[in-house]
Design a binder for this molecule. Structure first.
Ligand SMILES: [Zn+2]
Length: 282
């Protein structure tokens, strides 16, 4: 009983931190609060927004040059209260979204190949500082050509709350430009380092027509899960695995090793995998 309770508390803390060696519980906690606020706002504004969206649709269709995205049918939307993905109509409920952060560092190509082999779509959230060489740019291009969705994870992975507005803008816009230059496509999704968003960055991300998301759960930055065996087990058997869960993993030694088993374990539990191209854009 005590043991179970301890695990629950420990696991909760894992939900609130991510991305790297740095543990930043407070930023994750705040992100959660932000999510609740946003959700309330969404509820109130929901109907009005739909009307406006309908009106704007015709204009958008003419102006939108990214035909590729328009072709894929929208099946899911991001729930800003908990960052899960929800079916819009009759899409399959028992699904998860796979996301790989801090790419392309050392293992992103191998992770993309594993995902491809197991038929699993995913978002690779990239940091601009990894794209300094032609080799790295080619890797990103290849991941995109393999059909994966590329997301913006800022240039140098700093906590946006510690930066000026000017710096936040540079951190975000620079990467979008790099991604577009390399892949020919602007990123559709944004994830802040440590899930630490500011009012300014949220507005900027919206202005840039990116969908902001944190995540539901992830463990690969915690010491005890920095090996393939324990990581595979917790990613598949955590109590936070639910319909629409947004799974956070990183480009890391132990995660690349654990990935095939994690995907297989989720599939064995009956979960399908959301194609990020089917998630509603801005
Ligand atoms: Zn990160």
């Amino acid at each position: 009983m005590i043991h179970k309770k301890w695990i629950a508390i420990a696991a909760m803390s894992l939900l609130l931190t991510a991305c790297g060696e740095e543990t930043n519980t407070s930023s994750g906690g705040e992100a959660k609060t932000e999510g609740v606020e946003e959700n309330t706002e969404t509820k109130v504004q929901g109907e009005k927004e739909e009307e406006i969206e309908e009106e704007a649709k015709d204009v958008e269709e003419v102006e939108e040059e990214e035909v590729e995205e328009q072709v894929t049918e929208t099946q899911y939307k991001v729930n800003t209260a908990n960052w899960s993905v929800q079916p819009i109509a009759d899409a399959d409920e028992k699904v998860v979204l796979v996301t790989i952060d801090d790419a392309p560092d050392k293992h992103s190509i191998e992770m993309a190949e594993t995902l491809k082999n197991q038929g699993v779509p995913a978002i690779f959230f990239v940091n601009g500082h990894f794209l300094a060489t032609d080799e790295k740019k080619q890797q990103l291009k290849k991941i995109h050509e393999m059909g994966f969705t590329i997301g913006n994870h800022t240039y140098s992975h700093q906590d946006l709350k510690g930066l000026t507005e000017q710096q936040q803008q540079e951190e975000i816009l620079k990467v979008s430009d790099m991604i577009e230059e390399i892949t020919g496509e602007k990123p559709k999704f944004f994830r802040a380092p440590f899930g630490s968003n500011t009012d300014f960055s949220k507005q900027l991300v919206a202005d840039e027509k990116m969908v902001l998301m944190n995540w539901t759960y992830g463990y690969d930055w915690e010491k005890q899960y920095q090996n393939a065996e324990t990581l595979t087990d917790i990613m598949v058997n955590t109590e936070y695995l639910n319909n629409g869960a947004n799974l956070l993993m990183h480009d890391r030694d132990w995660t690349v090793e654990a990935l095939p088993g994690i995907l297989q374990g989720l599939e064995d539990k009956g979960y399908g995998f959301v194609d990020p191209k089917e998630i509603k854009g801005m």
